[in-house]
Every structure is written in structure tokens, then in C-alpha cells.
Design a protein. Sequence first.
Length: 154
Amino acid sequence: MPARADRAFGDALRDGAKRRDPVLGALDVVAHVDVAVGEGLDADRLLAPARSRIALYAGGMGSRQSNYYNALARRMGWEREAAEIQDHFLAGRRAEAAAAVPAEWLSLGNLVGPESWIAERLAAFAESGVSTLDITVIGGAGPAETVEILRRLM
């Protein structure tokens, strides 16, 4: 999520860049996003699988004491939500864990909406240092058209 990327990865990326051999060229920072371009899309429905995926990773990947994704959510500023997701998930309440994923994480960490919104989010990703987007088209325009729209908006 661009607005929280520096909190999540800033120090590690800066430290790594200092040690990186210049021969390797620029560091390629890749972010995965779900994409659906169009007017009037049901973002909640389209992003439901992403909500469940985040709950699985932040809640169930690892133990209560050692979960990289839960720690990442905490670094991004969602300490309370990360604890709630993990508590629900580890207790077998997967739907409640998914429901605890912050809507802002889904909205600002993916590209779902009209072209004007997508253009704004693309700029935010670029400004945060992302150089490559790994996309999954989840609705709206078809895959080929979505790629062309993204190319045009970048």
C-alpha cells in the first residue's frame, strides 16, 4: 500500500540500496495488485478474495509469535487490526478474520474503480518507489483491455 510503504519497507530498502552493487542497476520494486477498471464496480465483492487472502497471510501464516505478514500489517500501522485478524484466524473464525482486514488496505492497495481513480493510484504507487506492478485482473474490462488502459494511464 503506497501510503504506508515507507513505514513497512523504507529502512530496509534504503539500507539495501546503499549496499547494492551499482553494476546491478536500479532495484526493481514489485507490488502485486488486483485490478478492475470501470465505472460502478462493486469493489467490496471484487476484493473479497483479496480480503480473505490478506486474512490468511496476516492471521495464519506462521505462529502467533512469528508471522512475517502480521508484523508487516503492524509496521503499516494496523496493530489492533493485525491482532484481531490473527486472533480470529487462529481460533478458526476465518470469516471474522477477513472482515477485520481494513477496508483502506483493500481500497488503496489495489486498483479497482474508474480510470480517474486508477490513474491517481498508479501515481501513488510510482511515488512510493514501485517500479513494476504484478497484476491480477479481477473484473471490469477484460485482461488485454485492462493492460492497455494501465499502459495509457501510466
